[in-house]
Design a protein around this ligand. Sequence first.
Ligand code: ADP
Ligand code: MG
Length: 392
Amino acid sequence: MTAGPSWTAELATEFRSRFGNDAAPKIALAPGRVNLIGEHTDYNEGWVLPMAVDRWVGVAFAPREDRRIRAHSVVFDETREIGLDDLAPPGGSDWLSFVAGAAWALDSAGHRVSGLDLVVDGDVPLGSGLSSSSALTMASMLALCEASKIEWAPVEMALLGHRAERDYIGVEGGLMDQFTAVMGREGHALLLDCRTLETDFVPFPPEAAIVVMDTGAPRTLSGSAFNDRSRSCREAVEELRDADPEIAALRDVEPGFLELERGRLDEITYRRVSHVVDEMTRPIAMALALAEADLVAAGRLMKASHASLRDLYEVSSPELNLFVELAERHPSCFGARLTGAGFGGCAIALVSAEAAKTFADEVHAAYRAEVDLPSSVFVCRPVSGARIVDPE
Ligand code: ADP
Ligand code: MG
């Protein structure tokens, strides 16, 4: 077993003091992620290019004899209990529901889950678009599997994690986040085909770095606006299918075909679909650019993606746009864009590795001069997915 981040030692101590348990708990870790490109393409059965990053949710745990989960959250300073026989969707959307959702999804797939004491903490920023929720879901699922002696089959577990967030918590969305939290690979991004789940590991050039720029702006309205966008996509598929019955998802729509048939769509739907259809082509292009360490080409794709998300899909925000502009004005930046669903949360910048720290400090200072929000900017690196570690 490998060691985890330094705070896992405190997590283990917290576990022992909370549950009066002298035994050393195990710790399940799952990482957050950035999506390098391919935004709002996952639920349209397209490609995405995420990368698991060195920010984690950790679950310290030990099995119980009964069928209860007793859980403490360090972040929320709250201890709660649930019974494994009382789980049924819809669950809530509070922190414990992600743990409960993971147990429910395992149970609904026929796995016999046993009870657990657990303490959860993490350093993935919450609600910022780095997918702390999927890190929590997958760390919980790994803890449940380890304690219940359920074999950890990564792809199956990512699918169950997706079901937990979609059907138990009730957030529509693709599989990318849970998949990345499980399948991430050190030093690599993942080119994921969301239709077939075929995955290519793309080496991330060591001379480059990704800097996360968290606007500090809460993602208000994101749920309803998100569901509204995904509905537009589904409705567009219905309309376009009249012209070509082979179309099962926006994945199947070529840019030329869209132009030919645009009269079938209202103006807003057309703009939304244009974004998705263009963005579909970018993950493969960016994977090629990264594989050749062509950072200029990769940066150009990121700029195009951001403009499309801002002007066509309309999911950016003034703070995200400001961070992207400040980043792109900096001489070490190749390109920048919002990452995650949008409406606040984080942007990312592709920069040269040696200048990454200076870039982060300078861009953050420039942002803070204009925006008074709890923002943060940090350099991240690609890591491998969920694992069990020894507390440090
Ligand atoms: P995102 O996934 O983009 O970070 P979400 O709104 O989907 O944002 O998920 C955030 C929620 O996930 C939090 O409100 C909380 O319920 C849960 N969560 C994430 N990380 C933790 C953590 N370390 N401890 C407790 N709950 C967490
Ligand atoms: Mg989430």
